[in-house]
Design a binder for this molecule. Structure first.
Ligand SMILES: [Zn+2]
Length: 275
């Protein structure tokens, strides 16, 4: 099919329909890479004219879901049953988290402190659950007011493409540092079962929440491991209790019980029980 308007945001996108499959593969600069059922493709339609105002207001947040999933290496398959839930998961992100997401994004795009980071208001606003280019620019300016970034002029061609440039300041880098104290910076536990019926709960709830807290989720059932490795990695006691370590809970080991160590300095401790 080639380049056509993206069904979500209407930006020109690559749209392919694999042979004999009732779905489309979309690659959009703003919404990332995702699949969409042919029925939803029609529902969203060229002009989205038949969508209710409530549904239409969800679309920027659907872009947020597909774009963020793309950055995690996940290709989301959208259909008429799931798209609203995926979008709604991004509608209530607190302002403070949007500000932090943007600062983290800019830091990620600086390979060393002092390097100019470039970001596009036009295509990157879904990465912080912003609703629009204007919303993105608001948060970008706010980071400048907080003196976490210093805006840098970009070239005319870059500016014409909507790129913004900045340097993350020392204050900005300090803001991203983990708080001092006990615990292991950057590591936390979350207890959940990996039964397939909970995949959506993981994707929409746990995965999104962990990332919003500034962590990278690691699912043990998707990692190569053996029991010995797991025990060493968790630093577990022979009796099965666990102190510190990564989010590692293979179903065959049972479920880690306890709570969430959020990396704020509180000691992590969870109890591991065999089924
Ligand atoms: Zn798009």
């Amino acid at each position: 099919m080639g380049a056509k308007p993206c069904p979500i945001c209407k930006l020109n996108a690559s749209i392919e329909q694999p042979y004999n499959v009732l779905a489309y593969e979309i690659e959009c600069e703003r919404c990332g890479r995702f699949g969409i059922s042919d029925i939803l493709f029609l529902v969203l339609g060229p002009g989205q004219g038949d969508l209710s105002p409530a549904d239409r207001s969800l679309l920027p947040y659907l872009s947020a879901h597909t774009k963020q999933a793309t950055t995690q290496g996940v290709v989301v398959m959208l259909d008429t049953d799931n798209w609203r839930e995926y979008a709604r998961a991004h509608t209530r992100t607190p302002v403070s988290q949007k500000v932090r997401k943007l600062l983290e994004l800019l830091a990620d795009r600086s390979s060393y402190p002092g390097e100019v980071a470039k970001i596009s208001a036009e295509v990157d606003y879904p990465l912080l659950d912003a609703k629009s280019v204007e919303g993105f620019k608001y948060f970008f300016e706010h980071l400048g007011e907080l003196e976490y970034i210093e805006e840098v002029q970009v070239s005319h061609p870059e500016a014409a493409k909507g790129l913004l440039g900045c340097v993350v300041t020392v204050e900005g880098w300090k803001r991203l540092e983990p708080p001092a104290g006990g615990g292991i910076p950057g590591l936390c536990f979350i207890a959940m079962s990996f039964h397939t019926s909970l995949n959506e709960a993981y994707q929409l709830g746990i995965h999104a929440a962990v990332r919003e807290c500034g962590f990278e989720p690691v699912r043990i059932d998707l990692e190569h491991h053996n029991e010995k490795f797991l025990r060493q990695d968790l630093g577990g006691d022979p009796d099965g209790s666990v102190h510190g370590g990564r989010l590692h809970t293979p179903a065959r080991w049972g479920i880690l019980r306890g709570g969430l160590c959020d990396g704020t300095g509180a000691p992590c401790r969870l109890d591991l029980q065999r089924r």
